[in-house]
Design a binder for this molecule. Structure first.
Ligand SMILES: CC(C)(COP(=O)(O)OP(=O)(O)OC[C@H]1O[C@@H](n2cnc3c(N)ncnc32)[C@H](O)[C@@H]1OP(=O)(O)O)[C@@H](O)C(=O)NCCC(=O)NCCS
Length: 169
């Protein structure tokens, strides 16, 4: 049930595949993970390949859907809806550094939360954000959402998470 999603004439989401490994590996850098629950980026491409193989299995098992974001046909980042079996999945996104600040993140988040609640069997979609991640908070609050709950996560790297929840209108 892999799905390509066309957001507009410029921006397309396509399920992640092994052909994307080099681009994902090169662009998933330490500044991208600053506010993500990951201690360090992969230090070898084999780790990225393992991650993509896991994503492919998860697409088949219908638990997680991870797409790459193509903007003007150029690899621009990744986004995903995770733990679908819970019916209360969460959304994640990263945009590669040279493509940030051009409106792609906002466009993808707004489109995908709507698409998810309209097309998947879910109660709502969670959007967890570290409280220092002002850009991401701006994106979600521009949709009219307000914090649902606050919690801390992680051991070495501790994130102060604000969780938003997007419901079907
Ligand atoms: C957060 C992220 C996805 C945003 O994507 P993006 O494409 O850079 O964001 P956009 O260009 O759509 O901008 C979104 C908003 O942030 C604002 N913004 C842009 N650059 C900014 C900056 N440097 N500081 C503060 N706000 C900024 C924009 O003004 C825009 O709001 P507006 O449309 O109301 O003006 C991206 O920065 C990213 O990948 N970060 C690393 C991974 C991450 O943190 N993911 C999110 C986890 S919740």
């Amino acid at each position: 049930m892999k799905v390509n999603l066309k957001i507009d004439d410029h921006t397309l989401l396509t399920p992640i595949g092994l052909d994307d490994a080099q681009q994902v590996y090169e662009n998933f850098s330490s500044d991208i993970i600053e506010f993500l629950p990951i201690s360090s980026p992969p230090d070898k491409i084999e780790d990225t390949i393992e991650f993509i193989k896991l994503c492919i299995d998860q697409w088949q098992n219908k638990t997680d859907m991870v797409w790459i974001i193509l903007d003007g046909n150029e690899f621009s980042g990744c986004c995903g809806i995770h733990t679908l079996q819970s019916k209360q999945p969460h959304f994640g996104i990263w945009i590669k550094k040279p493509k940030q600040g051009k409106g792609i993140g906002k466009k993808v988040v707004h489109f995908m939360l709507n698409w998810g609640v309209e097309n998947l069997n879910v109660d709502f979609i969670k959007y967890p954000v570290d409280k220092r991640n002002t850009k991401s908070i701006g994106i979600i609050e521009a949709m009219g959402l307000r914090p649902f709950r606050y919690y801390k996560m992680g051991d070495d790297k501790i994130l102060s998470v604000i969780e938003y929840r997007y419901h079907k209108k």
